[in-house]
Design a protein around this ligand. Structure first.
Ligand code: FCB
Length: 478
């Protein structure tokens, strides 16, 4: 039998030269070392230590001990041939004594950790991308109202300046906030994420202050690191009505408004969507939005990160049967969907699902990327997260065979390729995640890594999907 060298094959989907092949992580999910070198508690420390909030009582206290093992982890990335890495900075390491009134002193040890990480990445030929906020708000700020307090956005801008000054000479891409949808709605309305509040007014206030925080950070990063490219990472929903009825279309409009447009419209166009303001008028008059905020939020961005896992299918709830809530999120708390009493998320019985219960449908990724490219042809797009949890099994030989994850990645990479070939300026893809880690309210039970972690020994073992991804990166093709 003859084997064809990958580079010579004509059936491969080839990506543009210089396309970045990365993996993504977040500080609280991997670092551990939560009391070391001056770090103070974040809302996720508090939440995870509150009984009943996280499956199995798991916490990020140790996580995958990346704080101590980052050099080993960078070596692993190099071994897998990754050319990019997206990680987040733990705000409570940088300014551990921040209050609503003042940023407080900068903690040099916190900056040293990330500076060393950046240097190690660069030495390994891996392009670093920094996320400034992946949900670990300093607890002291939450005690003063958290994202419902405008001061949090102001302090975030100051914190962004500190990080950009320290790393902006070596980091070319900054993402301000990650998935503000989750922070605002799951954190303040649904209650299944930190800080665990269930208050619709608080959630909508948080939406605005997260947008404002993004705008303040864009300005701060521009001032401190003028050549850096700046954007944010949104978990945009590919929303589809179950039928073409007017009622289902209205359900889709509401969900699209709350998940997509309430972020995209102010950031790209400097205005909140009128229909969202009208739908939520019984909850709040949005008087927390000051007229001058919109110009700040609309500060031009260079790139937009898209986090995509699963499609969002909605229908009008007729109240004849119990409401289905297959929206992809833990429904043990309150409902995160504000002013959507007549909306339900039908269970997709016929679909393929991941261990999260998330439907697999790569068409959504193509649709989101091409939709953004149509709206903003000049905008650099990155897939800042995409991946899947499956119940991996470790063979006797230590090998982790994860064909479902390989299939998921292959299909979604083809979806990215399809968007690229129709003109979307996609510059990179970050698989979620580099390694198994603390999956928020699901604890360690859900494994998203392309590298397996044995939580008893912290041993890292590339899964078959890690080998697959390494080959994709090497060939620049799938
Ligand atoms: C995203 C988060 C990321 C991870 C994945 C599975 O919503 O940004 O931290 O938990 O989901």
């Amino acid at each position: 039998m003859t084997t064809t060298q990958p580079d010579a094959r004509t059936d491969l989907l080839r990506f543009p030269v210089g396309f970045l092949w990365g993996a993504a992580t977040a500080a609280y999910q991997i670092e551990g070392a939560v009391t070391e070198d001056g770090r103070t508690p974040s809302i996720w420390d508090t939440f995870a230590h509150t009984p009943g909030k996280v499956d199995g009582g798991d916490t990020g206290d140790v996580a995958v001990d990346h704080y101590h093992r980052f050099r080993e982890d960078v070596a692993l990335m190099a071994e897998l041939g990754l050319t990019a890495y997206r990680f987040s900075i733990a705000w409570p390491r940088i300014t551990p004594h921040v209050t609503a009134d003042a940023l407080g002193p900068v903690n040099a040890a916190g900056l040293v950790f990330y500076s060393d990480l950046v240097d190690a990445l660069l030495a390994a030929g891996i392009t670093p991308s920094v996320t400034l906020y992946h949900w670990d708000l300093p607890q002291a700020l939450e005690d003063a109202g958290g994202w419902t307090n405008r001061a949090t956005a102001e302090r975030f801008g100051e914190y962004a300046a500190v990080v950009a000054e320290a790393l902006g000479d070596r980091v070319g891409r900054f993402f301000t906030v990650n998935e503000p949808w989750c922070s605002a709605y799951l954190g303040y309305a649904g209650g299944v994420h930190a800080p665990g509040r269930t208050d619709d007014v608080a959630a909508l206030t948080a939406v605005h202050h997260l947008n404002l925080a993004h705008g303040r950070a864009v300005a701060a990063i521009r001032a401190a690191a003028p050549t850096a490219r700046v954007g944010l990472a949104l978990n945009l929903a590919w929303v589809r009505p179950e039928t073409d009825s007017a009622a289902d279309a209205d359900a889709a409009r509401r969900v699209d408004g709350l998940q997509n447009r309430v972020f995209l419209d102010p950031i790209l166009d400097g205005r909140y969507p009128a229909d969202v303001l009208a739908d939520t008028a019984a909850v709040t008059d949005w008087s927390f939005v000051r007229p001058e905020d919109l110009a700040a939020i609309a500060a031009p961005i260079d790139l937009l990160g898209v986090n995509y896992y699963t499609p969002t299918i909605v229908r009008h709830w007729t109240r004849e049967r119990p409401r289905e809530s297959a929206d992809g999120h833990d429904d043990s708390g309150a409902r995160p969907w504000i002013a959507c009493d007549d909306v339900e998320f039908p269970i997709q019985h016929a679909a393929r699902h991941t261990a999260m219960g998330w439907t697999v449908d790569p068409r959504g990724l193509t649709a989101l990327l091409t939709g953004l490219a149509a709206r903003r042809p000049d905008l650099e797009l990155m897939v800042t997260e995409n991946g899947a949890a499956f119940p991996d099994t470790v063979g006797a030989d230590g090998r982790v065979a994860d064909p479902d994850r390989i299939a998921y990645l292959r299909e979604h990479l083809a979806a990215v390729h399809a968007a690229s070939t129709t003109g979307a300026r996609v510059s990179g893809y970050f698989v979620w995640s580099l390694m198994d880690n603390f999956e928020w309210s699901y604890g360690y039970a859900k494994r998203f890594g392309i590298v397996a972690v044995d939580y008893a020994t912290q041993a890292r073992t590339p899964k078959d999907s890690g080998r697959f991804y390494a080959e994709v990166a090497r060939a620049n093709a799938v």
